[in-house]
Design a protein around this ligand. Structure first.
Ligand code: KG4
Ligand code: ZN
Length: 360
């Protein structure tokens, strides 16, 4: 089966063609991502209305290129998968309407995919990881530890009580004048930094609650930066290095609890996978901290290639393929986008719930 996947939930306009063979093997035939960097850079962050308009302008060209790169036409496609949430509603509407039009025109089934499920299942596309596995999902909007039991079966073990990890990277970058997008800029700056010059306490270290928190670290960094101002390039590099050190120690501490919890819940699995996903999974320091935790606890570490860490259409196509292969029904053409859509509908919301459902 060959699916087209479309992703427009934030600031990447993305489309991809992915094949899944009957034995469950996946291959990415094309993966086109237009990151809206030029559009948002003047504002230092993603502006939802500008993102939605940029998706309108770019999406048909991105889809056409994904088809051309894979050397297929719409008539070769067996199904269309599209991100229907969670995310910025304007972008979601653009992607979903585009996918509905293609589904109607081609007569192919439509699969409305949860963006977080796309991230969660990527390791099965790239590495064929078997269920169940332990997932750390760290992106601009989410920081979650999830037990992935099967397609559509997710148990959230932890989330953040304030900022997401990617958000903390982005805010740090903005504060230090490193621009947008922040995560890669902080990582780049930190390479020239001395991680021992400043020390920020790693958030939640040793805390019995399995949760993340990053806003205190952000405040500590701001206070230090204000005390040092004006900042030299070396100051910025050293602050970034100290920030990354604190973040990775915090993630390692939280994950070492999570691996024990997961082991207790699945004592029969020999060498479970610890999987990283989401944009922050591209960070080398976070990756190596996770690698160490996995090695120390008898897990094997799996992280997607960098191109599949951030938002992309391949993960959405793959989630649709996994659903189709299991016989999950496709969606009616009146399916609605969902700005909020928790991966795990069962665990209690941490930020409370509004009219549109759980906030996280
Ligand atoms: O998964 P993603 O592309 O979009 C969301 O679903 O949010 O993640 C984007 C986030 C941004 O906050 C970005 O700064 C962060 O991932 N990020 C990184 C790195 N690359 C992207 N954070 C730290 N280090 C990186 N190398
Ligand atoms: Zn994402």
């Amino acid at each position: 089966m060959i699916f087209l996947g479309i992703e427009t939930s934030c600031d990447e306009t993305a489309a991809s063609i992915v094949r899944r063979t009957d034995d469950g093997h996946g291959s990415v035939l094309s993966n086109v991502v237009h990151a809206q960097i030029a559009e948002h850079t003047p504002f230092g962050g993603v502006v939802p209305e500008i993102a939605a308009r940029a998706h309108v302008e770019r999406l048909d060209g991105v889809v056409a290129r994904a088809l051309a790169d894979a050397a297929v036409t719409l008539s070769d496609i067996d199904g269309i998968a599209v991100t229907a949430g969670p995310g910025l509603i304007g972008g979601l509407v653009v992607g979903l309407m585009h996918a509905k039009a293609l589904a109607l025109a081609t007569g192919r089934p439509l699969f409305a995919v949860n963006h977080l499920e796309g991230h969660a299942l990527t390791a099965r596309l790239t590495d064929g990881v078997a269920f169940p596995y332990l997932l750390l999902l760290v992106s601009g909007g989410h920081s979650q530890i999830v037990a992935v039991e099967g397609v559509g079966r997710y148990r959230r073990l932890a989330t953040t009580i304030d900022d997401a990890l990617g958000e903390a990277f982005d805010k740090t970058a903005k504060l230090l004048g490193l621009g947008f997008p922040g995560g890669p800029a902080v990582e780049r700056a930190a390479k020239a930094g001395d991680a021992a010059r400043f020390r920020f306490p790693p958030p939640m270290m040793g805390d019995a609650r399995l949760a993340f928190s990053f806003s205190g670290l952000k405040t500590a960094l701001r206070q230090k930066a204000e005390a040092l101002a004006p900042l030299s390039d070396q100051d910025v590099a050293d602050l970034c290095a100290a920030f990354q050190t604190a973040v990775s120690a915090s993630v390692a501490d939280r994950m070492s609890r999570a691996v024990d919890l997961f082991r207790g819940q699945h004592p029969d699995i020999q060498r479970p996978a610890l999987v990283a996903a989401g944009g922050v999974a591209a960070n080398g320091v976070v990756r190596s901290a996770l690698q160490t935790i996995a090695g120390d606890h008898g897990f094997h570490f799996v992280a997607p290639p960098l191109a599949l860490c951030g938002d992309n259409g391949a993960m959405i196509a793959w989630a649709g393929l996994e659903r189709a292969a299991l016989g999950f029904p496709s969606c009616a053409l009146d399916v609605a986008p969902r700005a909020r859509w928790p991966l795990d509908d069962v665990s209690a919301p941490v930020f409370g719930a509004g009219k549109k459902g759980a906030k996280a």
